[in-house]
Structure formats: C-alpha cells, structure tokens
Design a protein around this ligand. Sequence first.
Ligand code: BTN
Length: 269
Amino acid sequence: MIKKAALNNYEKDLINSKSLKEIIPYFAGKKIHYFLRTNSTQDTAKGLADTGEKEGTVVLAERQSYGRGRFSRNWFSPRGGLWFSIILYPKISPEKNLQFSLITAISLCETLGKMFNIKPLIKWPNDIIYNEKKLGGILVESALISNRVKWTIIGAGLNVNNVLSAGIRKKAVSLKSILRYRINRTKLLAEILKNYYFNYKIFKIKGFKYFRTKFQRYSFLNNKNIKVEEGGRIYSGVVKEIDENGFLWIRLKNKIIRKILAGTILKYE
Ligand code: BTN
C-alpha cells in the first residue's frame, strides 16, 4: 500500500500537464508528449518520428520501464528524474551523432551552471559528471535512408530528485543530493530545452567548430591518463584535446598521437 504522505509528495513532484502548458508557448509551437510511464522515451520518439512528428518535439516520461544507455546498458529511470528525448531531422551527414551528444552535454552543463551555480563536467562523449560521479547521460540514435539521416533522436537522462539505490550511489549522484533541496523539474526542463534549441540553431549554421572552446571548458578528461576502447582495441594515453569534429586526441605511451572517433572510456586517472 502507498502511504498518503508519500503519494502527496509524488503528486507534488510530477511534471503535471498544467505546468507543462505554462512552458509550451515558450517553444514556438513545439509539442511535448508527456507519459507517466513508457518503456523508453527513445522508442516512443522513434515511433513518432516515423510518422513525421515535428522537429523539436519532446517525449518526456516520469518513469521508464526499459530506459537504456549507450551499448544497450540499462538506464535506471525511477520517478523524480528527468528522462526525455528530442526529435530532430538534421540535414547533415550521419557521422554527426557524436557532435549532437557533445552539444547536448554542453547545453545541460550550461543550464545547470546558470540555474544552480554548479559546474558539472563532460566526460567525452556522453557523460555529465559532478564530483567524479555520474549526474546524467546522453544517448543519440539516428535512422538512415540510403546514407541520409531520416531522423535523429537525442535522449537525455538527468538524476534530479530521484533516489539512487545504494549500489548506484557509489557511481552516480543526483541534483537533489548536491543542492540539498527538491528541484522544480518543469523549470529545469524548460531552461534545458530553451538552451538546447538555441545551441542547435547555432550548430546548424556554424557547426561543432563554434562549440569546441566551450567544450574544452567543461571537459573532464583534459590531461588525464585514460584507457579507451575503440572498435575492440584498447588504447592508453594522455588526453590532449577535442578537435573541431568532436574527436578525442590522445598521446599514447610511445608518443604517437591517436585520434579516437568513437569509444568508451574504461579508466581515467
Ligand atoms: C548513457 O549514459 O549511456 C546514456 C543514458 C541516456 C538515458 C536517457 S533517459 C531518456 C532517454 N530514454 C532512454 O531510454 N535513454 C535516454
């Protein structure tokens, strides 16, 4: 049985449709599809994109039954977090998923900085880190038709007011545990989306080049010794920079500089 007090707290914290209505006019006709529960906002968004839903449409869920991260890892999505996906139809080459991940990460960090005066960092290519722990993650998926992008879905998950289980707490952190108060997720979502649409507009005109210096400011891996896995091979070296395509350059132990196009960071120190 759910206790009444707990239920009230839950209801108070819901991103209810009334508060969503307040922020929707903000987004120049863009729609937000809101669910109490969905399997994954990524999949719901894909279904909508397949039927031609408008660019910029957002799918938002209080909980996801099968939220997922990169490489199909489970993404724990209980109530109180911010779990959403944005539908885009970019007219750019399909290799740009990495850059989408990086500009989304920049948008999240900028918004959190402005709203709460904290400085989360980006662990290339898709992690939002605070005090060495994971505050959020980004998943970008695209569908292609004869080598052109049909749609791109930007998924973002942010630990906000959600409770983290003891196991997860070793590696992850929530905004509420950092700030020590309950966060208004509707306002937070509104600011994130506002900033994201703004950055996306610039990105379409100027490309990732424009965001490179911003990225360096938030880069968690700069000058760190890392072990990274790319295409089944493991490389160890020191992170030098992110280039204007968003690729990661590392100096290997034998002094050779290597460009990592897509990878998973296995270790850093
Ligand atoms: C990662 O760190 O590997 C990425 C996590 C992305 C999670 C978000 S939550 C909203 C959207 N729906 C999903 O199933 N995943 C993304």
